[in-house]
Design a protein around this ligand. Structure first.
Ligand code: DP6
Length: 344
């Protein structure tokens, strides 16, 4: 119990969770059910060990509304309002409903990567938020249940930041069957993602809008038809540490996803000229015997997939590159973890 200034006592329940960002090899694009965040396709990703969000949620009977503070690395913590606060409060509402509580919360969420890195932070943010909120109430959920609860937060890719390492999010056919699970733990394969930031700033069209527009592309159904085979190949490549197969299939998937976006009505261009130039240089590096492959999410930054012995070469090459503003190196990492739990 917490003692208030007026001598009354408040019930305080607090927990801190840390969740990784993830990079998808088979992209989630398009929803079957908006309210439940059910995807049209299963997706596969890898958690990134060095890029994460740490979130503390404290439910406090003394609060009359949620207080949300967000901090990016190198920037001051900022109390948010409006739509940013509403999106967090919506997640807290879902957890409150589960806990049958109306307590308001104090939330402090910090990323260890800068906002201008241009790396999507919503997966790590919503995985950490959901886990901390669930734990603050002392609710005991299985990993499957936690991934479902995180999916319901609205950022579907966040569900993949819950399990360890290399993760598949099964599309399922209803809420109970659409969850993420590990194909292999992070120690299974020291696979690296070297993030080449070619543009900072937020994207012009959100993933949310992109998911809605996907079905307007004449190529979308063709993309969906390709995916069962690709999901199988990528899962097999991960199990066999087969970088060539993983890289080739990831590149195909990324091109198919961006083709869908560019042919939606209205079209969405996530990559830019620098992305296209950098991709050409990665193909050239490959021609010189460096096995490195690329993928891009809903933005222009290029993620280079390679193994340990080539990390320094790729990193050094692009750190000096005029089109590349920042380079971040991450490797396969664990899923969400609880840092502390305080129940009073
Ligand atoms: C292109 O709906 O999870 O990154 O909430 O903006 O993170 P945010 O997006 P979400 O869609 C992610 C789309 C993607 C592909 C992927 O990560 O699978």
């Amino acid at each position: 119990m917490k003692k208030n200034i007026d001598g009354s006592q408040s019930k305080v329940m607090k927990a801190t969770a840390q969740a990784p960002a993830n990079i998808a090899f088979v992209k989630y694009w398009g929803k079957a059910d908006d309210a439940l965040t059910l995807p049209r396709n299963s997706s596969i990703s890898m958690n990134l060990d060095s890029l994460h969000t740490t979130t503390t949620v404290e439910f406090d009977a003394a609060l009359t509304e949620d207080e949300i503070t967000l901090g990016f690395f190198g920037e001051p913590d900022t109390v948010v309002s409006g739509s940013k606060r509403d999106r967090v409060s919506k997640v807290l509402d879902q957890v409150r409903a589960r806990a049958k509580s109306s307590l308001r919360a104090r939330v402090l969420s910090r990323n260890n990567f800068p906002a201008e890195a241009g790396i999507a932070s919503s997966a790590s943010a919503f995985a950490a938020l959901t886990t901390a909120a669930i734990s603050a109430f002392g609710l005991q959920l299985s990993e499957t249940e936690l991934s479902i609860q995180t999916r319901l937060a609205g950022s579907g890719s966040a569900a993949r930041s819950i399990p360890d390492g290399f993760v598949v999010w099964e599309k399922g056919h209803d809420s109970a069957s659409s969850f993420a699970h590990s194909i292999a733990g992070h120690t299974h394969w020291a696979l690296y993602d070297i993030v080449l930031v070619v543009a900072t700033g937020s994207k012009a069209v959100s993933s949310l809008e992109g998911h809605h527009l996907a079905a307007t592309s004449p190529f979308y159904e063709a993309r969906l038809r390709e995916l069962p085979d690709r999901l199988h190949k990528i899962e097999t490549a991960i199990r066999n540490h087969d970088l060539q197969s993983l890289g080739e299939e990831s590149e195909k998937d990324m091109i198919s996803f961006h083709t869908t976006a560019m042919t939606s009505q209205p079209p969405i261009f996530y990559w830019n000229g620098a992305s296209v130039d950098v991709m050409a240089e990665i193909r050239a590096l490959r021609g010189q015997g460096i096995p490195a492959y690329y993928t891009l999410d809903a933005g222009p930054n290029v993620h280079v997939l390679c193994e340990g012995e080539n990390v320094a070469k790729v990193q050094t090459y692009f750190e000096k590159h005029p089109l590349v503003k920042h380079v971040f190196v991450a490797k396969a990492g664990p899923g969400v973890r609880l840092i502390s739990e305080h129940l009073f």
